[in-house]
Design a binder for this molecule. Sequence first.
Ligand SMILES: [Zn+2]
Length: 156
Amino acid sequence: MAARDIVIEEYTAQLQACMYQYSRAIYRSIKDLIDPYVAPELHLEYRRAVLDQCEQTMERLAKDPLYFAKPDRALFQDIRRYFPITAQAEVAWAVKEGVTAAVAFIEEQIEAGALDGGVARCRATTRKGKPCQRTPLPERDYCPSHQHLERSKVAA
Ligand SMILES: [Zn+2]
């Protein structure tokens, strides 16, 4: 496997780990609002379904961040039936907050160049503390200006 493919896979794995945190956070913020008046085994099923939908939404967001319109509304529509009418507004608000945070995170990643169509970027950080945007040398993690970093990594 080429170095640039490995770089892209690492980004994807990191992103998925982050999205998992966001889906857990959304789930935690709403799980206690799940309809308390259903039978215990059904209640467990509801919790699983809600967690599952949170994860699916975050997965889809990570895979398709630019073309997933209104992900907060989509998630709310998918899970609202598991909550009593009195909790709907609170659930909608919590979902919006959680999904907005995840979207902001993904947008940051896109801005940093991590996700722009799977093009590998130099892994160095510039003096201004921003990720280097240059294209790495073939089979390398760093661009020509930062290739000394690769050598020091190998030496270490
Ligand atoms: Zn560089």
